[in-house]
Design a protein around this ligand. Structure first.
Ligand SMILES: [Mn+2]
Length: 429
């Protein structure tokens, strides 16, 4: 199912007058305060236009495993019209991108989404304006990985996991990806089960073997997670451990931060700041959580944390560091495509708010230890309703002023169900 530009234009036309009122009101306020971003933007662009250009250029990758219903340990409630193969997953991401113009990349997971005919898959993705973001390997499902993969005490199991990662790189090269993303379930459930030092050394040796196969213009991203599926120790448990591995690997290795992979109360924005400072932040997995790795819709629980993370991302000399940004969420009770539209919108809002922080005022407040002014400065930006700016950027890029309204108005899920049936199940966990 495709949504064609004239359909979007129809919806936009009906919403335009109300949108223009809201946008012009907000823009007038921004002019008065002068958009802080203007200082280091393209000199030819006015402040507001430069801001909108940044929003239009900003893209978030959609993972191929997020297009069907997720599940819990207790049950899974399937979604009708789920994509039955990689082609249909690409069509779904294409649909999202057509609506919001900010979902222009797809991230594949091997072996769930093997591109048998890479040339054909690339052509299909290209027809939607999609590129291939990070390739994700999987060394946690095969029965041989019961006691770990890259850390395994048996060299033949380590070898199998290494070869799998090399295969994922080859698939990625055929698709034009530039990045291998590694998350390991390796660890232990009980004290005594694992020799921590040997597990680390085995993992490092395995990663080194994989690293020698990383092409020159590629990155290797190493994701960390404190617990689950193992509940006593995890072999890449936190950002310090990830940084330790990648520092030993070389300049093409980077840490990946998944928002759900932290213990309660962890200051994620500080981790982001330090990894950026060291030039070792390579990727991001966006989601939200109340308790742990809940994989809920981005911005649904802790939008202020998301904003503070974007404040770190946009600070410094480079507003758009070359990092891989992806949503990594699971949809148990929502239509996955609606959930993804909400997640991308939340990311765009946090990004816009961060761009609107008065960084000069914040610096002065910090330098004079004016704690109140520092907090006020950040919250001035956070409490601003920037949705008309995000909508305007989407509109200028050819997308829908209100993507969800078009999605629902066009009964997309019903259309997908008619096309694909109601019994299908997308590959994934
Ligand atoms: Mn993740």
């Amino acid at each position: 199912m495709r949504i064609i530009p004239p359909t979007i234009a129809d919806y936009n036309e009906r919403a335009l007058a109300a949108h223009t009122r809201r946008f012009e009101f907000l823009a007038a306020g921004l002019d008065a305060a002068s958009v802080p971003l203007a200082a280091d933007s393209d000199p030819g662009a006015a402040g507001l236009d430069a801001l909108l250009d940044r929003l239009m250029a900003f893209q978030v990758a959609i993972p191929s495993w997020a297009l069907g219903a997720g599940g819990t340990r207790f049950g899974r409630f399937g979604q009708t019209g789920e994509p039955r193969n990689l082609e249909e997953k690409i069509e779904d991401v294409g649909l999202l991108h057509t609506l919001n113009r900010s979902s222009g990349a797809i991230s594949l997971h091997i072996p769930w989404d093997i591109p048998d005919d890479a040339a054909r898959i690339r052509t299909l993705a290209d027809s939607f304006g999609l590129v291939f973001d990070a390739m994700n390997s999987n060394t946690f499902q095969d029965p041989q990985y019961k006691y770990g993969s890259l850390q395994h005490v048996d060299k033949s199991v380590r070898k199998k996991a290494i070869e799998h990662n090399k295969e994922v790189i080859r698939y990625g090269q055929a698709l034009g990806s530039k990045c291998l993303s590694v998350w390991l379930a390796d660890g232990s459930n009980f004290p005594g089960q694992l020799n921590f030092r040997e597990a680390f050394q085995n993992t490092l040796e395995s990663l080194r073997d994989i690293y020698t196969n990383i092409p020159e213009d590629w990155k290797l991203l190493l994701e960390y997670k404190p617990f689950e599926p193992n509940f006593y120790s995890t072999t890449v448990a936190d950002w310090g451990q990830s940084l330790l591995y990648i520092s030993k690997l070389g300049p093409k290795a980077f840490t990946l931060v998944d928002l759900g992979h932290h213990l309660h109360g962890t200051n994620i924005e500080q981790i982001v700041a330090l990894l950026l400072m060291e030039g070792r932040l390579g990727g991001f997995h966006f989601n939200d959580s109340k308790y742990s790795d809940d994989d809920l819709t981005v911005g649904s629980i802790k939008p202020y944390q998301l904003f503070l993370i974007f404040c770190e991302l946009v600070q410094g000399t480079d507003h758009t560091p070359d990092i891989s940004l992806m949503i990594d969420a699971s949809h148990n009770v929502k239509d996955p495509l609606e959930d993804l539209l909400q997640s991308v919108e939340a990311i765009m809002i946090a990004y816009t708010q961060a761009l609107l922080v008065d960084w000069n005022r914040l610096r002065l407040a910090r330098e004079s230890n004016d704690v109140v002014a520092a907090q006020e400065t950040l919250q001035d930006a956070f409490r601003r309703d920037v949705r008309p700016l995000v909508a305007e950027a989407r509109y200028r890029a050819g997308g829908a002023l209100d993507p969800l309204a078009v999605y629902r108005g066009e009964s997309v899920r019903k259309g997908l169900t008619t096309e694909r049936g109601s019994g299908g199940r997308a590959t994934g966990l």
